[in-house]
Design a protein around this ligand. Sequence first.
Ligand SMILES: NC(=O)c1ccc(N[C@@H]2CC[C@@H](O)C2)nc1
Length: 253
Amino acid sequence: MDVKQFDVVTLFPPMFEAISQFGITRRAGEEGRYQLHLWNPRDFTDDNYRTIDDRPYGGGPGMVMLADPMEKAVQAAKQRQLANGVEKPKVIYMSPQGRHLTHAVVMELVSQSGLIFLAGRYEGVDERLVRRQVDDEISIGDYVLSGGELAAMVVIDAIVRQLPGVLGDADSAEQDSFVNGLLDYPHYTRPEIYQGEPVPEVLMSGNHAHIKKWRLKQALGRTWLRRPDLLAARQLTKEESGLLAAFQADHKQ
Ligand SMILES: NC(=O)c1ccc(N[C@@H]2CC[C@@H](O)C2)nc1
């Protein structure tokens, strides 16, 4: 098993306990499927105040992160990755100006052996740092966050789930939304009747062929209702077209 190497340059390393200390990403780390190393630019400053930001040239509100401490942190991260066998660490800057994170982008990143994430704060980082060090800029959506940390954790979480052996049975990764290009089907558990509402009877039948067909029909129908753009991008098999038509007929009644 090759160990995926993640490094993050961040002013707030403790934030990353959200992935290293909980759930699937905690277990995957403990099982050695990936390593996560955090670098605080403040540790790479050379003044008594450990300055990491300053006012923007050209005026305007807020502060901009200095290039030098960040660059030194990136270099330290690159050294660590190279020492851990990563041929060519890829540096990713999280920002609203980046390309949108999709399942396809996640799978592209899964194939990389080492990733170094830059998590900015304030108004952002000095553009010269981006030009000198950043290989890829990624956005998790069209909205502004207070820092790149949450965005970096989203990307790391999405990647870790796809690493071999991380999710229990392989098909749970397969059945995740977007893996098959469709939204997920609805899920039910005990009790069989909740507040008077029963579980769809097909799920109680024990007929696994019927259950599989019902789930695919629901996934197709939900995608049709909620994300027609995903449906348009997907070739449907004859069976799938039939199931969708049946869902649409049911839906119209
Ligand atoms: N949509 C996103 O992925 C995203 C990423 C980062 C971000 N904010 C940081 C703070 C300063 C600058 O580094 C960018 N907001 C939104």
